[in-house]
Design a protein. Structure first.
Lengths: 289, 444, 278
């Protein structure tokens, strides 16, 4: 088979994905940048070029900086907690104990629950007067409308939903670690936590790296739980409002899709920086054999 | 391999067809044709159904689920007279309605006929998303003088008519007779002023039992807007150029309402977010609440307070008895596929017959002259007359400015900060004023 | 020996204790959802809380069904999930194979263009995609729910990793037999990555099932919504009538739960498998 016909086959095979991606994803992403320089009227049917005006307004807007801080705080709380707890449960489940598969199924349940449905239950679990959580703890805390707690409540919901999936990823990573390594370490007298520190953790770093990248990208986009658990008239909204929530509000409720576009364009830039940073830092902690 | 691909395509095709059938696209769902029940081949039914080929389904979108039965009854009555036009009534809840409509408008996918609100009207009419009905009005197909007060004029812009009045609404004071009886306090009447309301609310509250005298909720039309007007304040200046939220009289009215929460005469904002104030009233935990005439059906649906509640006029304020009157309209999309049929339905919605159905089912106070009485009598055990009586001196809803959709959406977010105690009421009111003035300037 | 065994037993006991505590937290929200859905509105907001309804009531289910279009929600969600699962898997597998196993001019650039999209947060796409759908006349249609997701850069990236890991010999033998690249792909490579395909199907399925923001933006008529957007509508409609909300939530999660219990091994292995090449 000559190379020309090989090329033809290759182009044909990538064509659907390439064309689809360019049309439905690549072009919209570029168009979003363009939208950030416009100001539209009449529901977006009339547009004027305004240059950097949207961004100037954005950077002067105290609310934007608060939203950015909220988003970053969520990432900083959510990602490490999820990774630590997922690793913890993965290590426990990696031991030879009875009922492993049952536990795996149970821990995966939140993942197969629709996020919107789960969010709705959390509302009545967190409710101040008749909430399940306050009844169990004997407290009277306004978990989702006290600005001191609302962010943690959202993180808890996020972690609850994410453990099952990430635990499985990490479990798969654990099972890829060759047994003989442990046996050698045991001969050296390593037990328990030392074994974990010196063998498991280093060999798990590639998996943890992958998981953390995916989690960070996801966490910067937090929206569903704010929309469904916190809600529009919650006094704690300013303390938890994310960039994506602000995007939604501005674009679809306040009729300002260009200001909304500016917000998510900044988010895009942040994500590129965060991912780039993670790849740079990778050399410092990820062990590849 | 080819076989597999083919069957996959067929499967996709079948699924597509199935989903199209499910969603009822195309609108020629002539399923009631019993005549060709026997001849089930597609050709046969096509030939036999020649007459029903013209049959169309139009969409009618509303935002109040409590009025859905009445709107469906009207649609049925219409279809009985126009067998080839079916009407599908969809409910998009108020909280999502304008978000959804603003996404649908530029895409040309607005419903054929839908409810319009005075505040949103200008945005949609000036964007040319609504079908003008001026020539039909001039041709005498419909007479806008048939409707109460000035309702016909709300849906007019630059000399063009766009909507037909549907109903009007005022606000009343709902009270739980049982809770008043238990405390031995006489029921509210037209002698009440705001001081009396606050005093009685305090007396009726038993916070340890979860019972409160008044629901001082964060609400505009059925909430503090009435307080503001009664106290001599403004929501927006009469010429729509300046917010009234920073006027001392406005701030004072807002503070008075908020004070009821501080006095434990009302549940907190948090409690009313966890359980809607109207829900609390429906479960007998609130002695009094402001609510709109449109919501009586909702209150009446509660088994707990059935026969135990009634209506009184709003209390008097320092300056007057404040009350907001608003009128909804029915409009049709400029981009609809079945404009002629939609017009027929729109005209029917404006008819006395439709108004009578609205009234008898207790859905809302119909706009059509002379039909209001039937609404009052739809629940003879309740003093619904208060809503009609208050209409005379009521203040029109502060619609009519281009900036309304923006500032109205933002208002509740700022005020919730005050109601939740994060900022003072005065601070909140001033922030709202600033935001409104900005929105007014932006809209030019 | 005996001491060691009992120490082991003790540590196993502790492990179980921790795992059970975790499991309770994982399951509790479901149980609470179901219990609440059978309560009356008053029972649901009673203080002190009531765990079991005095008399299980189906009122909430009746209301949720009456006031929303659950049948449409199911049909639309299913349709979207099907389109967003089957097509991306087919298209991505083809593209991934070409990128991994065929050297052709421009392959690097094309691959970069495709995966660069993965770095972009989803909300960046929504407004432009909405405008695009608007121009195509697809706003408020079921098609709009899935059309952009017929392709998946993520699946392409993941599957390419798997194709890269397959040894060369098999392929070379097939080339000698005169197979063209598509035949090699179809008959030799695809069976080898079948587990990866299952993993992609499951990940796409879960993702499609959960998606909230896009259906919320693009569709407005009740009969064009998905389950998740339908639930959001239910919240706006019923406010704080929690039994109705929980009834809706429960009806929304049931299909995926059933699917999960039937294919639990597939689900769990699929997810774990995707990790091995991530």
């Amino acid at each position: 088979m000559n190379s020309k016909s090989r090329y033809a086959w290759a182009y044909m095979m990538i064509a659907p994905t390439l064309i689809g991606t360019l049309v439905f994803w690549f072009y919209p992403a570029v168009y979003s940048i363009y939208l950030g320089f416009l100001k539209s009227e009449n529901f977006g049917l009339v547009n004027h070029w305004v240059g950097w005006a949207n961004y100037e307004r954005l950077f002067k807007d105290a609310e934007f900086w608060q939203n950015l801080r909220n988003t970053m705080l969520y990432v900083v709380l959510f990602v490490p907690t999820t990774i630590v707890l997922s690793t913890f449960f993965a290590v426990l489940l990696n031991a030879k104990i009875k009922g492993r598969s049952v536990y795996r199924v149970i821990y995966f349940l939140p993942q197969v629950t629709m996020a919107a449905a789960a969010a709705m239950v959390w509302v009545i679990i967190f409710a101040q007067d008749y909430g399940l959580l306050n009844s169990v703890l004997g407290t009277h805390v306004a978990w989702i409308s006290d600005k001191r707690f609302a962010m943690y409540a959202l993180v808890a919901v996020g972690v609850w939903g994410a453990i099952g999936f990430n635990m499985l990823l990490i479990l798969a990573g654990l099972q890829g670690i060759p047994r003989p390594l442990y046996e050698a370490a045991e001969l050296d007298g390593a037990v328990g936590f030392r074994k974990f520190r010196s063998i498991t953790l280093p060999l798990l770093t590639p998996t943890l790296f992958f998981t953390s990248i995916v989690l960070v990208i996801g966490a910067t986009q937090i929206f569903d739980s704010i929309y469904l658990i916190i809600g529009k008239t919650n006094v704690a909204l300013p303390s938890v409002r994310s960039l994506v929530y602000a995007y939604y509000q501005n674009s679809f409720i306040y009729y300002d899709q260009n200001y909304g576009a500016a917000i998510v364009n900044v988010l895009l830039l942040i994500n590129l920086i965060l991912t780039g940073f993670q790849f740079l830092m990778q050399k410092k902690w990820v062990v590849y054999d | 391999m080819i076989m597999r691909k083919k069957s996959a395509t067929t499967a996709v095709g079948a699924l597509l067809a199935a989903s199209l059938a499910l969603t009822g696209c195309g609108g020629n769902s002539n399923d009631g044709n019993d005549a060709n029940g026997g001849a089930s081949s597609p050709e046969a039914s096509k030939a036999a159904g020649g007459d029903s080929q013209k049959s169309v389904t139009i969409s009618y979108t509303i935002w109040d689920k409590n009025q859905q039965p009445a709107m469906e009854a009207i649609a049925d009555a219409f279809t009985k007279q126009n067998p080839n036009i079916k009407v599908k009534v969809d409910v998009i809840p108020w909280g999502d309605y304008w978000t959804k409509m603003s996404a649908a408008a530029p895409a040309g996918t607005l419903p054929d006929v839908f409810w319009m609100h005075g505040g949103q009207f200008i945005k949609y009419a000036s964007g040319q998303f609504l079908e003008p009905i001026t020539d039909k009005v001039q041709a005498g197909e419909i007479d806008l003088n048939n409707y109460a007060a000035n309702l016909g004029s709300i849906y007019t812009l630059d000399g063009q008519n766009y909507g037909i009045p549907k109903d009007f609404d005022t606000i009343g004071l709902a009270y739980n007779k049982e809770l008043f009886d238990q405390a031995g306090i006489p029921y509210p009447d037209d002698t009440w002023d705001y001081a009396k309301l606050a005093e009685v609310a305090k007396q009726l509250s038993q916070p340890d039992k979860g019972i409160y005298g008044f629901g001082a909720k964060l609400d505009t039309q059925a909430g503090y807007w009435n307080d503001i007007l009664a106290n001599g304040g403004h929501i927006i200046s009469d010429d729509m150029t300046k917010s009234g939220y920073d006027e001392p009289a406005t701030i004072e009215a807002l503070q008075a309402r908020y004070q009821m929460i501080l006095d434990k005469a009302s549940p907190t904002h948090q409690q009313m977010t966890d359980t809607d104030a109207v829900e609390m009233f429906k479960s007998g935990k609130l002695a009094m609440i402001f609510d709109g005439s449109w919501d009586n059906g909702n209150l009446a649906s509660s088994e707990i307070i059935q026969g135990k509640y009634d209506w009184a006029p709003l209390p008097k304020g320092k300056v007057k008895r404040g009350n907001i009157i608003n009128g909804l309209g029915n409009v049709m999309s400029a981009k609809g596929k079945h404009k002629e049929e939609s017009w027929q339905f729109l005209k029917f919605l404006g008819s006395k017959e439709a108004a009578d159905i609205t009234a008898q089912m207790g859905a809302a106070i119909p706009a059509f002259n002379g039909t209001q009485d039937a609404w009052v009598k739809s629940k003879p055990e309740l003093n619904l007359q208060v809503f009609i009586d208050q209409a005379a001196d009521a203040t029109p809803y502060p619609s009519g400015s281009k900036s309304y959709p923006v500032w109205f959406a933002k208002e509740s977010e700022i005020m919730s900060q005050a109601w939740g105690g994060a900022i003072s009421v005065e601070e909140g009111a001033k922030k709202v004023a600033e935001m409104m003035n900005q929105a007014i300037a932006d809209a030019k | 020996m005996g001491g060691a065994a009992s120490a082991k037993q003790r540590s196993n006991f502790i492990i179980h204790l921790i795992l059970i505590a975790g499991a309770v937290i994982m399951v509790l929200p479901f149980i609470w959802m179901i219990l609440t859905s059978f309560k009356t509105t008053t029972e649901a907001t009673q203080i002190p809380i009531k765990i079991f309804p005095a008399e299980p009531s189906f009122r909430a289910y009746a209301d949720a069904i009456k006031q929303s279009s659950f049948l449409h929600y199911y049909a639309n969600t299913l349709m979207a999930a099907f389109m967003k699962t089957v097509f991306p898997v087919i298209f991505s597998a083809m593209a991934a194979f070409a990128f991994a196993r065929i050297r052709f001019p421009g392959s690097g650039l094309c691959f970069f263009l495709i995966i660069s999209v993965m770095m972009v947060p989803n909300p960046v796409f929504y407004t432009p995609q909405y405008l695009m759908m608007s121009n195509l006349g697809l706003v408020n249609t079921v098609t709009a729910l899935w059309i952009a997701s017929l392709v998946s850069p993520f699946a392409t990236f993941l599957l390419r990793q798997f194709f890269l890991g397959i040894s060369k010999e098999l392929e070379e033998a097939a080339v000698l037999d005169g197979c063209n690249p598509f035949q090699i792909f179809r008959h030799i490579m695809l069976p080898l990555v079948s587990s990866a395909l299952v993993a992609v199907v499951i990940i796409q399925l879960l993702w499609s099932w959960n998606e909230l923001q896009w259906p919320l933006i693009i569709n407005s008529s009740p009969e064009k919504l998905t389950l998740s957007a339908g639930l959001a509508t239910l919240v706006s409609m019923f406010g704080t009538d929690y039994p109705v909300l929980m009834a809706g939530a429960f009806m929304a999660v049931v299909p995926m739960l059933v699917l999960f219990f039937i294919f639990q091994r597939r689900f769990i292995e699929g997810v774990a498998f995707s990790a091995s090449k991530g």
